[in-house]
Unconditional design. Sequence first.
Length: 63
Amino acid sequence: MTCPLLEYRRDGEDQTFETARAYCTAAETFVEPMRADICNDRYDLHHAEDCEIYESHASEASK
């Protein structure tokens, strides 16, 4: 399962890309490909267990 906070966008505030890039809606920023691997649960990683951004967002949402 992919992180529900991950989107792929072609443009941001000041930038436009030819190819859609990983964007974290919790951090409100584009993320590096290695971070996107965690978001997409690749390589035995899981976003709910291995991503501090997701963990922080989940704990804030539960308050």
